[in-house]
Design a protein around this ligand. Structure first.
Ligand code: NAG
Length: 205
């Protein structure tokens, strides 16, 4: 890849600018220069998808979803809004099992109006058996150990209001832990939200 880029750069500015858009699409995992932020950012690799965070202050619930149709449904019918509004505090997760990844189970406790993410099968089964949650499915596949380019997806819980909350943003983690949420470690490590990540496209759903 580096050789390919060097070759293109060697050909000249004009060819580079023509090739730039296709590089971004076909080589999603390369470092791409973002002029508006004047720095390099590692792109999430192919095979990953964006996690969106939606919240409802009425239901006191945070939902994490990769499904734009579901998100639109939550917004239209349940009064949720996208956090951010572009969706801060999230990132990109693998859609299929990769080496060193584990499934993230998404559960819902209807009596608690709480969406809950866990990678632990024991915890998942306990939540079903003891606390009335049901398993909604797999959000994606997450890396359990840190590595270059990944950020921790922190897990917090507010027991009195039954709200699980997840964020990659240190400021959000600190704010939440000052406001009643208890830190519960990390869910895993994900690719950070890209600076030029678009807002939820509600026209396509
Ligand atoms: C996305 O959400 C919609 C609405 O809940 C659902 O019908 C659809 O099956 C979901 N798609 C996937 C890929 O899970």
């Amino acid at each position: 890849m580096k050789v390919f880029l060097t070759v293109i750069l060697g050909i000249g500015q004009l060819l580079f600018s023509i090739a730039a858009s296709s590089i971004q699409v076909s080589f999603h995992d390369t470092q791409v220069f973002l002029p508006q932020f004047t720095r390099f950012q590692t792109r999430a690799p192919a095979g990953t998808t964006r996690i969106w965070a939606a919240m409802s202050t009425d239901l006191v619930d945070h939902v994490y979803s990769t499904n734009a149709t579901e998100l639109q449904y939550l917004i239209d019918f349940y009064g949720f809004s996208i956090e951010g509004p572009k969706g801060t505090g999230t990132g990109y997760i693998y859609t299929t099992q990769q080496p060193n990844t584990v499934p993230v189970y998404r559960l819902y406790g209807i009596g608690r109006t709480d969406h809950f993410l866990t990678t632990s099968v024991q915890e998942r089964d306990l939540a079903v058996k003891r606390w009335g949650y049901h398993v909604e499915g797999i959000l994606g596949y997450i890396q359990e150990t840190p590595s270059t380019g990944l950020v921790p997806f922190h897990r917090l819980y507010n027991a009195p209001i039954h709200d699980h909350y997840y964020t990659t943003t240190e400021k959000e983690r600190e704010d939440a832990s000052r406001n009643g949420w208890t830190e519960e470690g990390v869910l895993g490590y994900i690719f950070p939200l890209e600076d030029d990540a678009p807002a939820l496209d509600t026209t396509s759903v």
